[in-house]
Design a protein around this ligand. Sequence first.
Ligand code: HEC
Ligand code: HEC
Ligand code: HEC
Ligand code: HEC
Ligand code: HEC
Length: 481
Amino acid sequence: MVKFTQIVSAFINGIARSKVSLVGATMTTASFPILLIGILLELFGVVHNQYFGFVLYMFVAPAFILGLVLIFLGLFYFKGKEDVGVFTHEYLSEKISVPENFVKVRKLIFLATSLTFVNVFVIILVAYTGYHYTESNEFCGKLCHSVMEPEFATYSNSPHSRVKCVECHIGPGAQWFAKSKLSGTRQLVAVVAKTYSTPIETPVHGLRPARDTCEACHRPELFHGDKLYIIDKFLSDEKNTHVQTVLLLKVGSGGYLGAEAHGIHWHVARDNKITYTHSDWEREEINQVMLTKLDGTQVVFDKHDGDVPKDEQVYTREMDCIDCHNRPTHIYKSPEEAIDEKLLLGAIPRELPFIRKIGYEMITRDYTSHGEAKNKIATELRGWYRLKYGDIVNNNMPLLDKAITGVQAAYLENVWPSMKIGWDTYKSMRGHKDDSGCFRCHDDEHETSSGETISMDCEACHIILAEDEKNPEILKSIQGI
Ligand code: HEC
Ligand code: HEC
Ligand code: HEC
Ligand code: HEC
Ligand code: HEC
């Protein structure tokens, strides 16, 4: 009868005699306490450093598991010269195949089971906390800081800053979970090897269809009515005059409880499936738009002068939220929007003469880095005001300093020379700037065979109640002033 202590000593001898097992045992023993303490510190929120989790889950945890694998590989396959009794195939198969002998391996099984128990516990703990770590904003947005800085910064300034990256980029379900981990691994390699593209290419073609992600929170069929949409702007005159554009935007709905789908969210109603073909990666050149109703009827709109040469690649896509809301959270403003927003919020004081004009000029210049932009904006603005409005520089320096900080922020929050992100790198498709966005289809040039077009009628989408007006009448009457 083999004694339990004999088995343990055979186990230890086995490890000692196999170099492979020894390496494995060293790895496991060294990583075990680090891993356990690390996980506890993470779980209880003691450490908040993004590199801590990275080292823990990308190096220490794999070392622990690899160590375990090596121990057993070594025991069974890469033994030293001397045989190690119980840990041989011959021994085990002899004992297991002969029923009377089976009792002898009982203790071996007991040892193996208890060790496995501890290991499985640690592995589950690693898998659980590691999973949460790779789904965290720290991992997605901060780890590869220089690469993800623009996305993280724009996200943090957006209405979705409390939605986790993974809620839009991965969503629920195993299939996209696996896909995302694979592409995440590829991205990590790209960051280490510095092979990622600058700027990161968009549209993101591997993005999960938005209906699966956005609709976890939003229900377009329940949107209703029109939305009063006010756009605040400032003129480039001495007074930085405040003007407003007011639109009644026909946000509409996807149709609900018998109500017809209408307005802008008509595209995402259950009854309407819109697919389109485009010949460019950016989805700007739309050749054909196909509307398929629930009952199977189809309407095809072709752009005839946009006929694609036969050898050109054509992509097909089903329209979803992202064809309009491509910037729901990574919102890069135009220079006009950026400076106007800072003026509206008071981050740039409106009482400083010509600040809209000079500020705009400063942020639209080319700079090679954030550092250079900050310095040049500060020195140039100080220089300009010293020359033209010496009394402000002498008597009200804090006003100018505040303006400088505001103008710098307008630039720093939207442009990243390090990632080659300029003012027009990431365009929004939600309106019709530069004839893109809605006007990719609504251009009166996509036609059915009977001559109907996708409408460019201004009033199909909004009613313009005021355009660049100072104190618009319409707002006064609505607000009862
Ligand atoms: C509200 C949903 C949403 C959230 C939350 C979100 N993203 Fe995105 N993200 C998108 C969409 C939609 C696109 C696709 C843009 C396109 O295809 O043009 C995108 C694109 C990107 C891109 C490609 C470059 C770019 O700017 O378009 C990166 C990188 C990215 N996201 C990273 C992140 C990170 C990191 C976080 C968390 C800090 C995050 N995202 C949170 C919706 C989201
Ligand atoms: C986890 C929930 C969640 C997901 C997923 C989500 N959103 Fe949102 N979204 C919100 C919340 C909450 C708000 C309101 C934020 C506020 O007003 O402070 C919002 C606001 C919006 C707005 C209005 C923004 C504004 O300027 O007022 C739009 C448009 C929008 N979401 C589109 C999208 C799109 C497109 C997606 C998918 C790519 C998406 N959302 C995914 C929760 C979510
Ligand atoms: C045809 C373009 C288009 C499509 C497709 C589209 N939207 Fe919109 N959506 C808009 C426009 C334009 C607005 C009004 C501007 C704004 O509030 O952002 C808007 C507004 C919204 C708002 C704010 C509503 C409010 O009353 O303030 C949410 C939330 C939203 N969309 C979510 C979605 C979701 C989710 C989808 C996909 C199921 C979707 N949208 C599909 C163009 C579109
Ligand atoms: C991929 C092509 C495409 C894009 C991009 C697109 N639309 Fe449309 N839209 C259509 C088609 C097709 C119709 C149906 C035309 C018809 O049946 O006459 C339509 C119809 C509409 C309607 C009328 C809905 C109704 O009540 O019948 C509105 C409003 C509208 N779109 C707004 C927008 C807005 C706003 C945008 C941009 C944010 C936009 N669309 C972008 C293809 C598109
Ligand atoms: C297919 C729908 C659609 C059509 C057609 C359309 N627009 Fe728009 N327009 C929009 C949307 C959506 C916005 C809001 C953009 C945003 O979210 O900022 C907008 C915004 C605007 C703005 C405000 C932009 C700003 O920043 O000041 C003006 C002005 C405007 N449209 C004029 C027109 C005129 C003029 C026409 C007719 C030639 C027209 N639009 C046709 C959808 C449309």
